[in-house]
Design a protein. Structure first.
Lengths: 259, 336
């Protein structure tokens, strides 16, 4: 087995363990979906007429406008505390058990990160399906919906670095969600709820660099208008750069700890 | 000092100094032969866990050499990992996986082929008495069952050497005894065992040979019997039946006369009930001793034998009782 094939084999089996751990605790999907679902339900009713504002950018359904942001929220909740799983393995001795196995030690980390794409897609998909059941439509149909969820999955993998990094640096469970919580201010100042045209100039300036806005706008285009490859490309580039920074640091921290 | 060249584990002048300056190992040398059950007996902080972590490739030494199965722990770590099993001090099982899933995952990481893995998993679950709960989540198991599952996962790839770091820590006496029986069975199947413990009874019952370690140094190495003999004789206490004034003193004199010239005898002391005899090997000496006393009007109404304990050995070689150790020091975990 070549080095890459061996790495993929080890990541696969360790990844299945990660997925099993997520699925077998019913509180995981429930807590992931609850807050975004409440926001989707309440805000879509409370602010449904906001689309009639002159600067909103052309009417339509506020539910469809809101849904992409809630997919991002869902993905955030799915990955915000995942660094804690590594700490559980560290404290229980399971990490030692894996480190004594004849495997690439980075496969241990990859086995934690890669399944987050699947978890994010499934959880984001649940919100998308519920949005559709509540009356939203996806302008690009099933292929567009798959692309929306693919972007959500990519975001989940990228944002997990904000949990793994402090977990590995501090070895403190309480620290695992601290950096991830940066999502909240970024999301609330993003275009998740209102378009940039309704924001003050300084917020519009910040949003030009806000990866959460890039992600949501790409997903929203797929949801309400059509394929905007410029926006999709911008979101992918933005997330890739963020991912390289976060996971570069995560791999460095993991190497210090266990590789 | 040169290590034993026939050993499966060979350690020479091993030193470990942690980043904070703690000298956990101060130049230890020892060897373990194939099929041997070897143990490190010492208090917390003695250097037991540091040694086992170096040998199982989890930690890098500061200086000295260590070989496992003929491979250098520093340069051949990957090859060593294919040939050893390691049961950590904590019980390292996946709570949200079933017993069977726990074993299968570790087996797959060790590249045990599918059909062989199924056979091996069934075999180990049966060996550890977990076959009936194989489909239940490990998180629902008792402490003893979890430890046995942990042990099984360390054996799934049939390792040549099994490292056990305080394997019965935290277990109730019944589970501890059951686990000892499992460990003996594993040793009987040909696996070389390296155990660390601070339980004297555990070291005594399991280890064919052991090293007393304290303060990062090996104080003495030998079989439990050798170590106990090295510090003194066994004791045989005889209660003598004596009716009437002066009868006990006469009986004691008679014992002294009858045992005059009895080779194993190292000394005789009078006691309130009879005599206390110091002999080199009580089990071997007692039949002959009783024959010598028989038929001379003496009535031996009671007999007890006692040997020096490993605690006595520990005291002799380190100057303190193993139980005198202070509160557990936090474990210093090194990584590389």
């Amino acid at each position: 087995m070549s080095g890459l094939a061996a790495f993929a084999y080890e990541t696969r089996w360790l990844g299945l363990r990660t997925l099993r751990r997520f699925i077998r605790v019913p509180a995981n999907p429930v807590s992931t979906l609850l807050f975004p679902l409440i926001q989707l339900f309440v805000f879509s009713q409370l602010f449904k007429d906001i689309v009639t504002l002159p600067d909103f950018g052309g009417g339509g359904s506020y539910l469809a406008y809101l849904a992409p942001g809630q997919i991002a929220f869902t993905v955030f909740f799915a990955v915000a505390w995942v660094g804690g799983n590594l700490l559980v393995d560290l404290r229980s001795g399971y990490l030692d058990k894996l480190r004594v196995a004849p495997i690439n030690r980075y496969a241990i980390l990859a086995g934690e990160i890669v399944p987050l794409f699947v978890e994010s897609v499934v959880m984001g998909g649940a919100i998308l399906v519920l949005s559709v059941l509540m009356g939203a439509t996806v302008a690009t149909g099933l292929p567009g919906a798959a692309l929306i969820l693919g972007l959500g999955g990519l975001f989940g993998v990228v944002w997990s670095g904000t949990s793994f990094l402090p977990a590995l640096l501090t070895k403190n469970e309480q620290a695992t969600g601290t950096l991830a919580m940066l999502f909240m201010p970024l999301a609330f100042m993003s275009t998740a709820f209102v378009p940039a045209t309704l924001m003050p100039d300084w917020l519009q300036f910040l949003n030009a660099w806000n990866p959460i806005s890039h992600l949501i706008e790409a997903m929203r285009a797929l949801m309400v208008s059509g394929y905007d490859w410029g926006l999709i490309g911008k979101a992918v580039a933005s997330l890739t750069i963020l991912g390289l920074v976060l996971h570069g640091a995560t791999f460095w921290a993991f190497r210090r700890l266990a590789a | 000092m040169q290590p034993d060249v026939r050993a499966v584990i060979e350690v020479a002048d091993l030193v470990k100094v942690y980043a904070g300056g703690t000298r956990a190992l101060d130049g230890i040398t020892f060897g373990v032969e194939a099929g041997e059950f070897f143990g490190f007996l010492g208090p917390n902080g003695a250097g037991k866990t540091t040694t086992i972590r170096i040998l199982s490739t989890l930690l890098r030494q500061t200086s000295g050499t260590a070989h496992v199965a003929g491979l250098d722990v520093e340069h051949d770590a990957a090859a060593i990992r294919r040939r050893v099993g390691f049961a950590t001090q904590q019980v390292a099982v996946e709570n949200l996986a079933t017993g069977r899933e726990n074993l299968e995952l570790i087996g797959r990481l060790h590249r045990v082929p599918g059909p062989e893995l199924r056979r091996r998993t069934d075999e180990l679950l049966a060996l550890m008495g977990l076959a009936e709960v194989a489909g239940k989540l490990a998180g629902t198991y008792s402490g003893g069952m979890r430890r046995r599952l942990d042990l099984a996962s360390a054996l799934v790839h049939r390792p040549e050497v099994l490292f056990l770091d305080e394997p019965t820590e935290g277990l109730d006496p019944q589970s501890r005894t059951a686990l000892w029986e499992e460990l003996v069975r594993i040793r009987d199947a040909g696996t070389t065992m390296f155990l660390t413990t601070h339980y004297m009874e555990e070291a005594d019952r399991l280890c064919g040979r052991l090293a007393i370690i304290d303060g990062g140094r090996i104080a003495v190495t030998g079989t439990p019997a050798e170590l106990k003999r090295s510090i003194g004789s066994d004791t045989v206490a005889l209660a003598l039946q004596a009716d009437g004034p002066g009868a006990l003193a006469r009986a004691q004199d008679e014992v002294g006369r009858l045992l005059d010239g009895f080779a194993p005898l190292g000394g005789l002391e009078r006691t309130a009930f009879g005599v206390s005899l110091a002999v080199s090997d009580a089990h071997a000496a007692v039949p002959d001793l009783l024959r010598r006393l028989d038929g001379n009007g003496l009535v031996v109404s009671g007999l007890t034998m006692s040997q020096p304990t490993l605690d006595d050995v520990f005291l002799q070689y380190t100057g303190r009782h193993i139980r005198d150790e202070g509160a557990d020091r936090p474990l210093e975990l090194g990584w590389y």
